[in-house]
Ligand binder design. Structure first.
Ligand code: FMN
Ligand code: ADP
Length: 271
């Protein structure tokens, strides 16, 4: 879709495309994403996986020094048919964030739709709140606020070779740009070779073996071809336990078998 035919846009960073973001996006034809640097729930273009609306990206560094007047002028130039701007109650913009919704209403002489604060169970829905829940391992709240299950993707990397021999086979992933949940073990689903499988995923410093940081997924109930390449997705369903240091591999193995049983129960009903 060409930007010069777009009549309505929603504006924000939209990291995560959470339930409040969706309420704005539903009211607009296209999404203007102000991209910042940092740990993300949906890095860069990956936001487009969670909306059917066309997304236009402005890097924050490129627009941060614009005055509110210059920012609105830029929008009018980039979207010459623009008739409606949709923002949330707390939208701020322009150099040093001097512009708010009333400044926007003054500067943009067509329609400005302001969405009132959206909450979930008394919690104001924001990307920073979701990031905080990730740091706490509270996947249930993360998923409620996102209105979907939290997902990351990465490339397969080779592991130490201990898993397959002495524990359980795992796919080791290199994940960049995403904010990861707190260290521990999770009930997950993993997409490999275009298909979703139930899985348990460990992420954290492997205190029991080499001490290095790893994101590892064990696919449940399937003898997978483990030399799979390409993008692998992990979808977080529930937190199982914290990362632990075990004195022996045998103890870790017993714990992993327990994790698998807990994971299977938590994933009942999913395919
Ligand atoms: C379900 C599961 C739980 C795990 N829990 C821990 C843990 O609590 N502590 C730890 O040091 N490593 C844990 N690991 C990681 C293992 O240490 C790791 O799989 C092992 O070092 C083999 O690594 P490799 O795949 O590089 O060979 C876990 C792995 C899985 C699959
Ligand atoms: N809880 C909410 N209720 C209503 N609008 C919101 C809410 N959270 C964000 N918005 C709006 O969504 C747009 C994107 O905001 P952004 O700053 O990316 O969201 P967040 O606060 O989640 O980081 C902005 O217009 C913002 O005002």
């Amino acid at each position: 879709m060409y930007s010069n035919s777009i009549k309505s846009i929603a504006i924000g960073s939209f990291d995560g495309i959470h339930i409040a973001h969706k309420a704005l996006i539903d009211r607009a034809e296209a999404v203007v994403v102000i991209e910042r640097n940092g740990g993300y729930l949906t890095p860069g273009y990956k936001r487009t996986f969670y909306t059917d609306k066309p997304c236009y990206f402005y890097h924050f560094d490129k627009i941060r020094s614009l005055t509110p007047e210059a920012f609105v002028a830029k929008l009018e130039e980039d979207f010459p048919a623009l008739e409606k701007i949709v923002v949330g109650y707390d939208f701020s913009f322009g150099k040093e964030k001097v512009g708010d919704v009333s400044v926007l209403t003054d500067l943009f002489h067509k329609e400005v739709v302001i969405i009132p604060e959206i909450t979930y169970d008394g919690t104001s829905v924001h990307s920073r709140t979701i990031r905080q829940y990730l740091r706490e391992g509270n996947i249930m709240m993360v998923n409620h606020l996102l209105g979907r299950k939290y997902r990351i993707d990465g490339q397969r990397v080779s592991g130490q070779g201990i898993g397959e021999k002495s524990l359980v086979p795992t796919l080791n992933l290199r994940v960049i740009h995403y904010q990861l949940p707190t260290e521990g073990v999770y009930a997950t689903r993993t997409k490999v070779g275009g298909k979703w499988f139930k899985s348990v995923t460990f992420l954290g410093y492997r205190a029991t073996t080499d001490g290095s940081f790893a994101v590892e997924t064990h696919i449940l109930d399937q003898a997978l071809e483990y030399d799979i390449n390409g993008d692998i997705w992990v979808e977080f369903h529930a937190f199982i336990r914290e990362n632990q240091k075990f004195d022996t591999l045998k103890e870790l193995k017993l714990q992993i078998f327990e994790d698998i049983e807990v994971g299977k129960k938590l994933l009942e009903g999913f395919c």
